[in-house]
Design a binder for this molecule. Sequence first.
Ligand code: ADP
Length: 437
Amino acid sequence: MPWFGMDIGGTLTKLVYFEPTGMNRKEMDKETEVLKNIRRYLTRNSAYGKTGRRDVHLQMDNVTIRGRRGTFHFIRFPTTEVGAFLQLARSKGMAMLVNTVYATGGGAFKFEEDFMKEVNMRLEKQDELDALVAGLLFVDARNPCECYYWAPPDDRPVHEHSSYKITLYFVIFIGFYHSADTTLSQSFPFGMRGLDRALHAGPVSIGGSSMTAAAVAMTISKADGLTYSEPPYSEEALSLYVKKSYNFTNPYPFLLVNIGSGVSILAVRAPNDYKRVSGTSLGGGTFLGLCCLLTGCKTFEEAISLAASGDNTTVDKLVRDIYGGDYTRFGLPGDLVASSFCQMCSTERRSRVSREDLARATLVTITNNIGSIARLCASNEGIEKVVFCGNFLRVNPLSMKLLSYAMSYWSKGALKALFLVHEGATEPKNIQCGALS
Ligand code: ADP
């Protein structure tokens, strides 16, 4: 019997096929014609019908399980096509093999009878979260560069970039302010008003070198709770992020955020010690469903490509749209989204919004919501490593970078967003450590 495992999810069915390699003559002779045909069909093609795909670049060679060496093939197709899959399996003679297949996901329950009826296949059901944790640990142990993160340009947590910038801006500002010897408050944007007030009212002596000015500025900035940053979603900043491999040999504890059709969040403390701490129904299925509604797109790939060239600031209301600048009292930069989709209340704005902008806003809304929930869970559980997985991240570097930025920025560098090659990597086959970026 070929070795299969299935995850029949809400949107996608994932099929793993283990192809034993190095079979001896006796084993080859024993392999029935049906098995040979199935093996040939699966391994010689990378597309099955209109919607089935084998992710050749994710294939894992030379893996040993239960004493057998072989290759793992990863195949996926929409769960709506389970019926067509069963017909195909039947036409390949699957029903003639009395067999049992390990299966997980809701579909293992929903389609149990269909599998038995169509291809005489018994589904040995496994819990999907057990399978998720075990699968992650299994793949990570066999692929030394499975785990990676998106590093900001010089690999410092984003809040450090920000505080460096704060210092620089304040040094320039105070130097300018001091030498100008006039009240410049009117000419400065809203975000500077707090400082201006402090300079006039406070017992702060401004003078001497720019170092003193910087120190004063930092004190004021701290006292006022100011936290400036680059625009969180600046295209330029995000484009500079690079992938770096992460050593996940001592993983515990970690938070596992599985973004499939919906989202499940697990706190994992040991291989067999985890709990589901939270979840949200606003997941990858929501993104795709809303995108199809709003833009008329037909596929996930199309939705992602629209989002990649869109601009969410024409759709969302930002802090600066409400405050005219930053909301300094609580460290909220002007470029932060204050209300997702709020601009769409205006008929005039709706009439000129593009499909790309709508797709981008949908992606940002869903991603940021998941990021916020993940951050709260990490803080509740006292966990610093947050691993994101699930097919929502497939061909979707934008969401990964947004999550990386958000995790680091809002936790002041305490949280690290991690990702997995077998959940979203688009690189060619045989991904090597150190060759990720
Ligand atoms: P599930 O097990 O619930 O199906 P997955 O981890 O497979 O969850 O993720 C499903 C999500 O992945 C979809 O909701 C969508 O956001 C995204 N996705 C990625 N690739 C595709 C695709 N080819 N077709 C549909 N959705 C896709």
